[in-house]
Design a protein around this ligand. Structure first.
Ligand code: ADP
Ligand code: GN1
Ligand code: MG
Length: 367
C-alpha cells in the first residue's frame, strides 16, 4: 500500500477495519484507490483519490463545486423518485468536517462511497450500452438545467475553448519546443495548423449569443459512467472535476470522440481508427432523449461538428503535451501522447469524410 495512504485513510469517516487499499481506475489525471473495509462482517468500499493539483489548482473551489452539484443532484433525483445513493456520487468528509484532506507532503485526497455492484468500461462493448451512456450524460445535463451556474468556479479556465487551446497553448508549445520533439512530429503539427479554422467556430457562436452556456460535465468519456453490474443500465455519472458552465456540444462531442472510435484512444495502428456511425447514432438517440428538448436549433445543427471539434481539440492537447515533454496527461511510455494525437487525428480525418452522414443522422433524430 502507498505509504501516504497510512496517513490519509484514518482522516476520513470510514466505517470498519481496513482490509485492503490498492490502486484502481485508469484516468489520465487523478490517482484513484479502492479502499475495502470490514464493518462487523459487512464489506464497505470507498474510493479515495489523490487529486492532481497541478491540473486543478484551486482545490477548495473544486470541492465546493462538487459538493454543491452533488447535493443539487440528490434532491433532483429524489424528486424524480430515483435512488439518490446510487445515482450520484456521495462524497465523504474528513473527521474534521473538511471536504478533502491535505497530507503532510502537500498532496490532496478526497473520498467517496464506491457505487456498489457497478462497472465502468474503458472501451465500448456494444452500441446499446454506448446509447445508455448518452442517456446518462443527457440526464445529467437535464437535471442540472436549473442549477445556478454563476455559483460554479471554472476549475480549468478555457477548458474547451479550442481557439484558446490553439493560440495560447499549442502554438507556444511548438515555438518553445521544450522537449526537442517538434522535428519528430511536423506532420501532426501541420495537421493542426492546416485545420485552424475549426478552432473559433463554437467560440464565435457563443459570442453571437447563438449557443447558450449550460452546466455541463465536460469530460464525458465512457469510463466516467458507472453501469449496473449486468451492464444493462447506466447508474451514475462520475468524475465531476470539470463540471462548469459549458456547451451541451462539448459533452456530446467528447463522448463521440471516445466511444464512437472503432479503436481505443491510444491504438497505435491508425488503420483501425474510424468513426462507427451506428455507435454515433445510438449515442445521439440516447443523449437527445434526455437533453434534446432543451437544445436550440444552432446546438442541433452543430452536434455532428462538435464530435469532430472535440476530437481535434483532444488530439491537439495530446500533441501539445508531447511537445511540452509529457507534463499533463499520464503516459505509459515516451511516445504515448504522440500515439494518442495521431489516433485522434486519424479519427478527425475519418469524421471529415463522413460529416454529411453524421449530419443526416442528427437531422433524422431531430425530426
Ligand atoms: P480520473 O479523473 O482519473 O479519470 P475518475 O473519478 O474517473 O478519475 O475515477 C477513475 C475510475 O475509478 C473510474 O473510471 C471508475 O472505474 C472508478 N470509480 C471512480 N469513482 C467510483 C465510484 N464512486 N464507484 C465505483 N467506481 C468508481
Ligand atoms: C482526461 O481524467 P480523464 O482521464 O477522465 C482529460 C480529458 C481528456 C481525456 C482524454 C481534466 O480525462 O479532458 O479528454 O483525459 N481530463 C482533464 O482521454 O484534462
Ligand atoms: Mg475519469
Amino acid at each position: 500500500m502507498d505509504i501516504m495512504l497510512r496517513e490519509v485513510l484514518p482522516q476520513f469517516n470510514f466505517k470498519g477495519t481496513l482490509k485492503d487499499c490498492s490502486i484502481f481506475g485508469s484516468g489520465h489525471i487523478n490517482t484513484t484507490y479502492l479502499a475495502v473495509y470490514d464493518d462487523n462482517g459487512t464489506e464497505r468500499k470507498y474510493v479515495v483519490q489523490m487529486v492532481n493539483t497541478s491540473v486543478f489548482k484551486d482545490m477548495d473551489s473544486l470541492m465546493d463545486n462538487i459538493f454543491s452539484v452533488t447535493s443539487f443532484l440528490r434532491s433532483r433525483i429524489k424528486e424524480e423518485g430515483g435512488d439518490a445513493d446510487r445515482e450520484t456520487l456521495h462524497f465523504i468528509k474528513t473527521a474534521n468536517g473538511e471536504k478533502y484532506y491535505r497530507a503532510s507532503n502537500g498532496n490532496c485526497y478526497r473520498a467517496y462511497v464506491f457505487v456498489s455492484d457497478s462497472v465502468s468500461y474503458n472501451s465500448v462493448p456494444n452500441a446499446r450500452l454506448f446509447g445508455e451512456s448518452g442517456v446518462a450524460f443527457g440526464r445529467f445535463q437535464r437535471r442540472l438545467s436549473d442549477f445556478p451556474a454563476q455559483t460554479l468556479s471554472e476549475t480549468i479556465p478555457n477548458f474547451h475553448n479550442t481557439q484558446y487551446r490553439y493560440e495560447n497553448e499549442f502554438l507556444p508549445a511548438v515555438s518553445a519546443d521544450a522537449a526537442g520533439r517538434a522535428a519528430s512530429c511536423r506532420e501532426q503539427i501541420d495537421f493542426v495548423t492546416s485545420r485552424r479554422d475549426y478552432c473559433p467556430r463554437l467560440v464565435e457562436l457563443i459570442k453571437k449569443g447563438s449557443l447558450p452556456l449550460r452546466v455541463t460535465h465536460n469530460d464525458t468519456k465512457l469510463n466516467n459512467v458507472m453501469f449496473d453490474a449486468g451492464g444493462e443500465k447506466a447508474i451514475c455519472v462520475i468524475d465531476l472535476d470539470t463540471v462548469m458552465p459549458g456547451l451541451a456540444l462539448y459533452d456530446f462531442g467528447d463522448s463521440i470522440r471516445f466511444g464512437a472510435n472503432t479503436a481505443a484512444e491510444d491504438e497505435a495502428d491508425t488503420s483501425k481508427v474510424s468513426v462507427d456511425l451506428d455507435y454515433f447514432k445510438a449515442y445521439a438517440r440516447g443523449f437527445l432523449s434526455e437533453a434534446g428538448e432543451a437544445l436550440n436549433q444552432c446546438e442541433k445543427d452543430n452536434l455532428a461538428f462538435s464530435a469532430l471539434l472535440m476530437t481535434f481539440e483532444c488530439g491537439m492537447r495530446f500533441l501539445t503535451d508531447y511537445l511540452n515533454g509529457d507534463v499533463y496527461f499520464k503516459t505509459a511510455y515516451p511516445q504515448h501522447n504522440l500515439v494518442r494525437a495521431k489516433n485522434q487525428f486519424a479519427l478527425v480525418a475519418d469524421m471529415e469524410k463522413h460529416m454529411d452522414e453524421m449530419n443526416s443522422i442528427i437531422a433524422s433524430l431531430c425530426g
